[in-house]
Design a protein around this ligand. Structure first.
Ligand SMILES: NC(=O)c1ccc[n+]([C@@H]2O[C@H](COP(=O)([O-])OP(=O)(O)OC[C@H]3O[C@@H](n4cnc5c(N)ncnc54)[C@H](O)[C@@H]3O)[C@@H](O)[C@H]2O)c1
Length: 250
């Protein structure tokens, strides 16, 4: 069966890797993203719209148009998130804290509110939320991101309980550090905040991981495919790490 798959922040990074994985599986994929250039660069096999997940009107417009054309959705992936500032909490600005929580949590709220309504009416569906290994551990110097990603896990568990009785499964995916430009930026930011070299910060990430490496976007997308599949029919309310087994965070 061809599934209708909706992914936020799907024009690059993990969202695009997930979009590609579902396309390869023969599904229909719609994404939104805040970056108009990245949206314009996508192949026309992906239905792509410009929308910032924190903008209620933009999200309602994106989702209402989908609902009109597709009649609903089988898989909704609330994936948008920004890393927020790095540093001791006493150095952080309220505006940066609020923006980090807003992209991660307001975006998830707006996306899941719609998904819950259409899936409850269908009596079926799968909701996935991208948390992070920061939603399972208390990484220092990243308090806004950590708080936001634990919030995603809490939202996942609440929605799994709300929607399980009507046949909708809800799970979070918790990627470890993913190879790519985003982690390069995080490492540069943390190196500056901690007065260490980028190599030291990178080693700090991999030394605490049993597999001693970052993960790939394709490995995270494979977890999304699995959780959306009938093989995961009994799995709901879980925070699934794809991280090579994090043992230490400092
Ligand atoms: N990359 C990692 O190492 C990593 C690890 C754990 C969790 N995550 C999480 O995975 C998700 C995706 O991360 P990524 O690494 O692909 O991100 P990224 O920084 O590569 O950005 C992916 C896309 O998100 C879009 N985006 C940013 N803010 C947006 C907004 N407000 N509304 C709509 N789109 C927006 C960007 O335009 C971009 O196209 C995030 O929730 C992130 O927190 C990433």
């Amino acid at each position: 069966m061809t599934r209708r798959v909706v992914i936020t922040a799907g024009a690059s990074g993990l969202g695009l890797a997930m979009a590609q994985a579902f396309l390869d599986a023969g599904d229909r994929v719609a994404i939104c993203d805040a970056d108009p250039d990245a949206v314009a660069a996508l192949p026309d096999t992906i239905r792509a719209s410009v929308a910032d997940v924190t903008d209620e009107a933009a999200m309602d417009g994106f989702l209402a148009a989908l609902e009109t054309d597709w009649g609903g959705a089988d898989v909704v992936i609330s994936n948008a998130g920004i890393g927020g500032p790095a540093g001791p909490i006493e150095t952080l600005d309220l505006a940066d804290w609020q923006r980090c929580l807003s992209v991660n949590l307001d975006g998830a709220f707006l996306t899941c509110r719609w998904a819950a309504r259409v899936m409850r009416a269908q009596g079926s569906g799968v909701i996935l939320l991208t948390s992070s290994i920061s939603g399972l551990f208390g990484f220092p110097w990243r308090s806004p991101y950590v708080a936001a990603k634990w919030g995603i896990v809490g939202l996942t568990k609440a929605l799994a309980s709300e929607l399980g009785p009507v046949g909708v499964r809800v799970n979070a995916i918790c990627p470890g550090a993913v190879e790519g430009p985003r982690m390069d930026r995080v490492i540069a930011m943390e190196a500056q905040a901690q007065g260490r070299t980028e190599d030291q910060v990178r080693a700090g990430f991999t030394d605490g991981v049993a597999l001693r490496r970052f993960v790939t976007a394709q490995e995270v997308a494979a977890m999304a495919l699995f959780l959306a599949s009938p093989a995961a029919a009994a799995i709901s309310g879980q925070a699934m790490a794809v991280d090579g087994h994090t043992e230490r965070t400092t």
